[in-house]
Design a protein around this ligand. Structure first.
Ligand code: KIV
Ligand code: NA
Length: 277
């Protein structure tokens, strides 16, 4: 499998071919995703909720993101990997933002970084792009600012709000981003953005009329229990499967059924007799 480049992703948009991606936070999942033929992997700051159990993405640190991104890179050496800039790593100014984007590249080998916001982060996107790095924008519902948004709420449901999302998308494009993620907005609004912008526009909870989709891995597997957004499709109920495995394992060990003979090592012929002397 050959790793996709920004040119491949652009060609996919131009040909109307969907790009499919999901989040990953560990080596094993990344390896399985690459084998399955995933176009891209995002080491999302959803890490904080899925792996660390925070009730939002705000507490995630740069170091946590770097560790997990390194693991994902080792699992998926030939997949386009997106590093997700955690809250606080780009808000204080563009010099901070450039340094942290550089860390993602040098320490974790990402292919691009993603950061949240539109008009208000245009200068930051420009600075990182000027540093020779690829930036993916993220507009609509931006989980790092749920405080300001008043919660995990869909955006763009009124004309004014839709206009604000479209303006954010334009600002991201004009600042030099190579692609854009739109989260939790009505499909009509996403379609306007995807038709208007020459760069690839991807959706999470933003409809089918754009250049591809991303989902959070624990949502599509059905292992994340805290809540399920409206836009999630559970392709399996692995959470229930896992629970069954754990229960059966407990039961068998308690009953002395595990381990069985086939799970044990045999002593070399004649050695046990020597040991007994
Ligand atoms: O952190 C994350 O998982 C994201 C999703 C919205 C794709 O940014
Ligand atoms: Na994120």
């Amino acid at each position: 499998k050959k790793k996709l480049s920004r040119i491949d992703l652009q060609n996919m948009k131009d040909k109307g071919e969907k790009a499919v991606w999901m989040t990953a936070y560990d080596f094993t999942t990344a390896q399985l995703a690459e084998q399955a033929g995933m176009d891209m992997l995002l080491v999302g700051d959803s890490l904080g909720m899925v792996v660390y159990g925070y009730n939002g993405t705000v507490p995630v640190t740069m170091d946590q993101s770097i560790y997990h991104t390194e693991a994902v890179r080792r699992g998926a050496p030939n997949t386009f990997i997106i590093g997700d800039m955690p809250f606080g790593t780009y808000q204080a100014g563009w010099d901070d933002a450039v340094k942290n984007a550089v860390r993602f590249h040098k320490e974790a080998g990402v292919d691009c970084i993603k950061l949240e916001g539109g008009v208000r982060v245009a200068d930051t996107i420009e600075a990182i792009t000027d540093g020779g790095m690829l930036v993916m924008g993220h507009v609509g519902l931006t989980p790092q600012s749920t405080g300001a948004l008043g919660g995990f709420k869909a955006q763009g449901r009124t004309a004014d709000s839709a206009m604000a999302v479209i303006e954010d998308a334009m600002a991201v494009y004009e600042a030099g981003a190579f692609s854009l993620l739109v989260e939790a907005v009505p499909p009509e609004v996403t379609k306007i953005i995807a038709d208007e912008l020459p760069i690839p526009v991807y959706s999470i909870g933003a409809g089918v009329d754009c250049d591809g989709q991303v989902m959070i891995v624990s949502d599509i597997l059905g292992v994340f229990q805290a809540f399920t957004p409206k836009f999630v499709k559970k392709y399996a109920n692995l959470g229930a499967e896992m629970q069954k495995v754990f229960e059966t394992y407990i039961k068998e060990v308690k009953a002395g059924e595990f381990p069985a003979a086939e799970h044990t090592y045999k002593m070399v012929q004649g050695e046990f007799e020597k040991l007994q002397k």
